[in-house]
Ligand binder design. Sequence first.
Ligand code: ATP
Ligand code: MG
Length: 559
Amino acid sequence: MMEETNKAEEKSLNFIEEIIEEDLKSGKHQSVLTRFPPEPNGYLHIGHAKSICLNFGLAIKYGGSTNLRFDDTNPVTEDTEYVDSIKDDVRWLGFNWKNELYASDYFEQLFGFAQELIKKGLAYVDDSSSEEIAKEKGSPTQPGTRNRFADRSLEENLQLFDEMRAGKYRDGEKVLRAKIDMASPNMHLRDPLLYRIKHAHHHRTGDKWCIYPMYDFAHGQSDALENITHSICTLEFIPHRPLYDWCIEKLALFPSHQYEFARLNLTYTVMSKRKLLQLVNEKYVHGWDDPRMPTITGMRRRGYTSDSIRQFCERIGVAKRDNLIDVSLLEFCVREHLNKIAQRRMVVFDPVKLVLTNYPADQVEMVSSENNPEDPAGGHREIPFTRELYIERDDFMENAPKKYFRLTPGAKVRLKSAYIVECTGAIKDENGIITEIHCEYLPQSKSGADTSGLKPQGTLHWVSCKHAVDSEVRIYDRLFKVEDVGNAEGDFKDHINTDSLHVISKAYAEPALAESTADASYQFIRKGYFCIDKESTAEKMVFNRTVTLKDTWAKDKKK
Ligand code: ATP
Ligand code: MG
């Protein structure tokens, strides 16, 4: 079913593809050059992944290329730590950029563009305070008014602008504004700010500059300087487009064109870097790469594959209207991919001892188990089987209801890849807690043998006590309690799920897991999909649950 709808979708182009095909056909452009323009003020999140897949994906589809351009015009919030993480994330997602560029590379040219606007009578230095500027700007229903500074001579403007650059003024003392239209219905055209004074150290240009261009002045001109053919951004920039076009027209630059699509919003999470930074700084999570974070680095640590993220971005398509995507779709995509590639392993989360009373005490028998039934080339591994095993405490019930397909006195179950065992009883401590379950194994029932007539109830996972690897398992739940966090009442932090991390600290894993590699994906049989966390040590393995085996969450919610 899913496959069919997918094929149908493949045939239709999204609206940006339509535009590109038209532009290539009409000869407006000979090739496609897109860019991904992150501001290095935080780590990338799944929304950025959408933008990355779109920009790089379009270039790949039409034989063009993509620039990675850091939009580093605000020195106060930006840092090289973020630059490095962004590059890492884009590469991990599977994309290669043509050029690594920085808006700050263009500071000199942008300064020249600003001088050019001044000379054309299209920009002026304003001494007003930000409050005055805001007041004079009017409102969407009320035209703004221009102040006396707008009438300064070209010479005076040029000199003041030079002095701003030279560091003669304090932060906020003066700004450079475009002279457009104080009565425009588009507030962005009411003499927008082009430059502001900021005596701050920049992560790349150091202390060379104390004036910095505003986003609107830097972005379009950077696009034009690079000959970007299709500059794709999110819907909130629609009202900025007339200013984008105005600058390019007045400066007679390469006609880059801006196109807007709907930003990705996901249920049960937030996507703004400012909010994510708050979660980190205020210790609601353990850093940007906390597996509960919607950041690329967090999802990677959680065990998401880049394949599944790209697949998700493909499936949600390119919308022109804001929407909220169900996080279950993302989970579906990763589950689908992991089912194909994850190695099957056995891990007991809540161990109780199972003693096979008729099995030789010192015997260690190796049983063979397939690594992945979905992958014919997946191979097999050998697992040690002994008289004393761990199984899950809730796989035994003394007085079981009729449809209990696990262990209860008199019942038979299959131990995965090993023998069928029959339960003979259990031992309890003085508090009535079960300490040992006793079974007899059926020697003729080894996995692969003909066991018709034995009819075991179910199949249980197990780990040999002697060979068990000490493990910690971290189970993650949604970071927020409400679906639409962005539109929920009050502060977003009011809706944090304070119970989003469950640590199982005394789990036992089969020995093969001690030899695992960091990037491997696993399906713990009957438990879900897991990966190895970087905090694993020689004494203790640490596993993160990537996603459940099935979409149990929707079911839980209904209860
Ligand atoms: P945030 O609001 O999360 O802080 P931003 O837009 O300020 O994000 P940028 O670094 O400026 O972050 O974004 C780089 C690119 O990624 C921009 O082109 C932006 O439009 C795009 N982008 C950011 N968030 C999303 C999203 N949720 N969905 C799709 N694209 C996004
Ligand atoms: Mg931004």
